[in-house]
Design a protein around this ligand. Sequence first.
Ligand code: IPD
Ligand code: CA
Ligand code: CA
Length: 255
Amino acid sequence: MTDVLTLALDVAREAGELLRGHLREPLAIREKRERADIVTLADDASEALIVKRLRAAHPSATILTEESGVHAGSDEERWIVDPLDGTTNFAHGYPLFCVSIAYERAGELIAGVVYAPLMGECFAAERGSGARLGELPLRVSSIERVADAMTCTGFHPAHYERNGKQFAAVSNRAQAVRRDGSAALDLAYVACGRFDGFWEFGLSAWDVAAGTLLIRESGGRVTTVEDESEPSTAGSILATNGRLHDELRSVLLTA
Ligand code: IPD
Ligand code: CA
Ligand code: CA
């Protein structure tokens, strides 16, 4: 295991334990850009801890975070951090939330960690060395057809109009469509074969960076919904076991 992955694992676990501690206190919730887009003091505290720890170990790297933006550093190395993915779940004590930390060198994803403290699960991947859940090597599922698939998506409740058609189209074809509320964890679940496919529109780099590496290192495929571009900059993501990628894309694009 490289120093970078060891650091990401240590920091994600520390931040996850901090989040668990905040669950026992009354949560100070505030709205961000729109109705039901919330952030809590726990998001800020987790982010502060992560930035402090990464800065101390890697003084020259850039750190991109959800809550405080870009902490400037070199162009060569970048950490991409969601200090709490699934804030709404967290605020209700629903256990599907996580810390997501990815490390990029020269624009290439090198390491990624997704840690879900209440589930006690830590997913980790390193470029070229595979992905693991704890000690267990990960592999995507072998489901071939959308008709047999357990899929997942996510969207903000105020954006149903923009997402409803795709949600209905996949619901009419798949065995199941879940909406679990934590994109980073949804991607980790594709990597370990619990979900066969996931899609979402309008995510950011911090939601998808670690999960993308987890899936690629587990044998899956990650693109945009529309084409073969990289997901984080293009506004949509389609992540699957690879086998049903084209079929799921075609269901989404004809919805
Ligand atoms: C959100 C979650 C959710 C997804 C939203 C994200 P946050 O992240 O990943 O599943 O549907 O688009 O913004 O705000 O909880 O970090
Ligand atoms: Ca997020
Ligand atoms: Ca977040």
